[in-house]
Design a protein around this ligand. Structure first.
Ligand SMILES: Cc1cc2nc3c(=O)[nH]c(=O)nc-3n(C[C@H](O)[C@H](O)[C@H](O)COP(=O)(O)OP(=O)(O)OC[C@H]3O[C@@H](n4cnc5c(N)ncnc54)[C@H](O)[C@@H]3O)c2cc1C
Length: 474
């Protein structure tokens, strides 16, 4: 991270500063703001007024990192503005990060899921409290348990109902239609005691015994600023919360946890829709799922989200067809409305082969992320994928090709819950051990990552952490 310092600005002291305006940041802010505290969210993202549809300028990025995520980057440049330059990562897998008002929630379709009691406990979260917070978050984001399905969805669900002996559950995922965390910022701005500070990348944080000092710089002109708060909640997404803390504590070369899911994509043909006209605009993207009826070390053994095709997937699929691109493209457009993508995910636990550490490189630092599956994990996943293929067939879907996908948008770990303090860990309330005023409010604290979609639980936990901080004022 290069920071050219022109000026230095000092700011006021807040009761609570939250770093990050993604789903975690905004839901940590709600209980504190509603209670009347002086709350600020500092975010590295641009204010939405500066939103642009201009594609990312790849000449500014390291071309070796602009790989699989190219389509996403081009489509949503606002969400990824300067991410590759300012949030440097060295890794064999491709990790999607965001610098935006609203974080990564700005580009997805609000598909949510609830974790079971056992899953919450494995992560290190108090199940009873999170289950209550689920209800509060569901109201805030207007979560709908069932919305009408598209043709594919209806046919698949019907097949599942007709098969009395089907092993795994097929169900509809709850959806918060078009929820964007940036809309929560607008909602919070109605409170006079809430301040939104965009465009500021937090660099370091210091626990000064009586207050916390937060150092940031503006992403456009590198002006450094300092803010103070009685309490700080880091919610910059697990990777960037970890990065800020490793840097602030001078923990270079220190290996800490990193969790992301093993991930496979199976393209399937739904024969029954070949003759039916499907209205693609009316379809619900990724709303149907298959859940394993078995567990693996206490977490659901696999989760499959079924997507209708989209042009992005079409573009990706072309390279797997052993035909000239033009012919492959024509062939695909013929069957495209009958394609369903099964997105297969497995849970993950802390292990030596999966870690991250901050490396110092002169004036800059870069976060190294290592994610390797051992032989046993690879074997289990391969066997499960074969079993899932059989299940897909029984639902009327013909699996065509499976590829493993090394692009990740679901991640956790870095600052894990530990009863016995380590150099970088939190207690059960989310407070960083050895400090009195610094908390982590995102998935950096998780000890495991279930196969299901994580964001509803990220929001519920952030609310819980916000309330834990609120108790300090009472
Ligand atoms: C294409 C796509 C589809 C997805 N689909 C789903 C889905 O269907 N269901 C689901 O549950 N999840 C989905 N996700 C994942 C979901 O977006 C994330 O789990 C969620 O956004 C994580 O929330 P967060 O607040 O922890 O982090 P983020 O959303 O990453 O937000 C982090 C915030 O911190 C800010 N920030 C980062 N570093 C700094 C810094 N140093 N200083 C100041 N600010 C900083 C960023 O600007 C951002 O506002 C999807 C993601 C993508 C990209």
């Amino acid at each position: 991270m290069t920071k050219k310092v022109y000026k230095y600005r000092s700011h006021t002291q807040f009761d609570v500063v939250i770093v990050g305006s993604g789903p975690a940041g905004v839901h940590a802010a709600y209980p504190l703001t509603e209670a009347g505290l002086q709350v600020a969210i500092i975010d590295g993202g641009l204010d939405s007024k500066k939103r642009t549809s201009k594609p990312v300028n790849f000449s500014e990025t390291d071309s070796s990192t602009a790989g699989h995520a190219y389509d996403l980057l081009r489509k949503s440049s606002y969400v990824f503005y300067k991410t590759y330059q300012l949030l440097k990562i060295k890794s064999d897998i491709e990790i999607i990060q965001s610098l935006a008002k609203g974080g990564l929630s700005e580009i997805w379709d609000g598909i949510c899921d609830f974790f079971s009691k056992e899953e919450l406990e494995k992560i290190g979260l108090p199940a009873d409290i999170i289950q209550q917070e689920y209800q509060e978050v569901a109201k805030l984001i207007n979560l709908k348990l069932k919305i009408p399905l598209d043709t594919h969805g209806r046919l698949i669900l019907q097949s599942a109902k007709n098969k009395a002996n089907l092993k795994n559950t097929v169900y509809q995922l709850p959806t918060a239609i078009s929820y964007r965390a940036s809309s929560s910022i607008e909602d919070l701005k109605r409170f006079k005691n809430f301040t939104y500070i965009p465009n500021q990348l937090v660099y370091t944080v210091k626990d000064k015994i009586e207050y916390v000092e937060i150092q940031s710089f503006s992403i456009d002109n590198s002006v450094m600023s300092t803010n103070r708060a009685n309490y700080l909640i880091l919610a910059a997404g697990s990777i960037n919360t970890t990065r800020i803390l490793l840097r602030s504590l001078g923990l270079f070369d220190y290996r800490t946890t990193f969790l992301t899911k093993a991930h496979f994509l199976t393209a399937c043909l739904n024969f029954r829709t070949l003759t039916k006209k499907t209205n693609s605009k009316k379809s619900n993207f990724g709303q149907l799922a298959i859940l394993s009826d078995e567990t693996y070390h206490g977490l659901v053994a696999f989760f499959v989200q079924l997507y209708r095709f989209n042009t992005e997937v079409l573009h990706k699929s072309l390279k797997y067809i052993p035909l000239p691109k033009v012919i492959a493209s024509m062939l695909l457009s013929f069957i495209i409305s009958s394609l369903v993508i099964a997105d297969i995910r497995f849970p993950v636990f802390e292990s030596k082969n999966k870690f991250c550490r901050l490396l110092k490189k002169g004036d800059e630092d870069v976060l190294e992320i290592s994610y390797k599956e051992n032989r046993k994990e690879l074997e289990i996943h391969r066997n499960e994928v074969n079993k899932i293929s059989r299940q897909l067939r029984s639902l009327g879907l013909l699996p065509l090709k499976t590829v493993s996908d090394y692009v990740t948008v679901h991640y956790a770990g870095g600052v894990p819950f530990r009863e016995v303090p380590t150099l970088l860990s939190v207690d059960k309330n989310g407070k960083l051990h050895q400090t009195n005023r610094i908390y982590s409010g995102d998935s950096s604290t998780w000890k495991a990552l279930p196969a299901k979609s994580p964001t509803l639980t990220i929001m519920a936990n952030a609310r819980r952490v916000g309330k834990n901080v609120l108790r300090k004022f009472n």
